[in-house]
Design a protein around this ligand. Structure first.
Ligand SMILES: [Zn+2]
Ligand SMILES: [Zn+2]
Ligand SMILES: [Zn+2]
Length: 405
């Protein structure tokens, strides 16, 4: 069934799905299209930080009195769909962190440190192992290092007009009822803390219309030959000559018949698959994203913190809630500070642009021990790091087995 109420660009109007060509960063007001009656200008639209998708085919929906959609019609806010208000406030409303956490910090033994170095040396092509066998460990300096992580799993929604070739399926148009509110459409969330994007039609927004790409003809000018029926000969690259002789492929003409259109100069329209008509509908795009905040405090050693990226630590704390409270009682104050910053930052960053589905934060103990030892009167050192007991050393005394006597 045809929809009587069409917008400027011939699209059916749907309340609650503002879609328009203006940037979402643009404040509503001076950028209204001149045809728009200022009396129907939206009064309110929540601020938006980002909208990665650029609207394309965008009618200006007209005013709608449907509750929940006031002020969302035809503004400069683009097609971003602001989330419903959160049910829980920031940090303080969440369950407190258990105060009886046992913050025991483990450390590694001399045997472990030695074995780690031996494993490292045997993995290098011609390091000698004598220093490890004969070394005298003088000091083991543990650097109690941690990695704090806050993960905020968010869902955001946007929409846009789109088309697909006409099929035999029953059209789900406005005669089936009003379109559900954008955030009322129920979608099965994917695995928590994993990125995913899903697209689906908004119910009751479909209508049939003529294909704009081919103006209903089902065919467009051949894109390969530009409607000429002939293309440059690939064999001679259009020169007509190959290896000093006349090109046998094109008989010296330098051009060849177009194989895409078989010299009919036209091709099937990709927009409507040749049918001349398309289904126009609102497509809802739902984006789930895991947002990570990571912090490793300064550990006052010359060890390069970046090396921690390749190893794992030991989880000594983890908490998962709708919204986690910031940590307050960890022995390392910089972790507490990072946690407060992270929780605050993520909350203010995501609460107006998306729905926060879940948060979790954790502290990993990152084993890092500096081992100082002597061998044949030389003082050397190395680091053992990560649960994998990786070794980082710059002054191993036997880097070529040939010189060991
Ligand atoms: Zn040729
Ligand atoms: Zn062609
Ligand atoms: Zn078409």
């Amino acid at each position: 069934m045809e929809v009587p109420n069409y917008g400027m660009m011939g699209q059916p109007v749907q309340p609650g799905y503002p879609m328009n060509t203006a940037s979402p960063m643009m404040p509503p007001g001076p950028n209204y299209p001149p045809v728009m009656n200022p009396a129907i200008a939206p009064g309110f639209y929540p601020p938006i930080n980002t909208n990665p998708l650029v609207p394309q085919n965008a009618p200006y929906p007209q005013f709608s009195g449907i509750p929940g959609y006031e002020g969302m019609a035809g503004d400069g806010g683009g097609k971003f769909l602001p989330p419903p208000p959160p049910v829980v406030g920031p940090g303080p409303d969440a369950l407190p962190t258990p105060s009886n956490n046992d913050w025991t910090i483990p450390s590694i033994s001399q045997e472990t440190a030695k074995q780690a170095l031996l494993d490292y040396v045997s993995g290098q092509c011609c390091y000698g192992s004598s220093p490890v066998q004969e070394m005298a460990i003088q000091q083991m300096k543990p650097f109690n290092t941690y990695r704090y992580r806050l993960e905020t799993f968010t869902e955001s929604r946007s929409c846009d007009w789109t088309t697909k070739p006409l099929t035999n399926e029953q059209l789900d148009g406005p005669s089936n009822g009003p379109a559900p509110q954008p955030w009322a459409i129920i979608l099965e969330p994917p695995a928590l803390f994993h990125d995913e994007t899903k697209k689906q039609p908004v119910p009751h927004t479909s209508s049939k219309k003529e294909c704009e790409e081919c103006h209903g003809k089902g065919k467009i000018i051949c894109q390969k030959c530009n409607g000429n029926g002939r293309v440059k000969c690939e064999h001679c690259n259009g020169s007509g000559r190959s290896a000093g002789e006349e090109c046998s492929q094109c008989s010296g003409t330098g051009s060849d018949g177009c194989k895409t259109c078989h010299q009919t100069n036209v091709q099937t329209c990709p927009g409507c698959a040749g049918k001349g008509q398309v289904i126009s509908y609102i497509e809802l795009t739902v984006t789930w994203k895991n947002n990570l905040y990571e912090f490793i405090p300064d550990h006052h050693s010359e060890f390069n913190t970046d090396l921690f990226k390749k190893v794992t630590g030991e989880k000594i704390f983890t908490d998962e809630q709708l919204l986690v409270p910031p940590l307050l009682n960890f022995p390392d104050a910089s972790i507490n500070q990072a946690s407060q910053t992270a929780v605050q930052q993520h909350y203010s960053q995501f609460i107006s642009s998306s729905r926060i589905l879940k948060q979790k934060h954790s502290i990993e103990w990152l084993p890092l021990t500096k081992v100082e030892y002597s061998w044949k009167g030389k003082n050397c050192s190395y680091f053992v790091y990560g649960r994998e007991n990786r070794v980082e050393t710059k002054d191993y005394p036997s880097t070529c087995c040939c010189v060991i006597l």
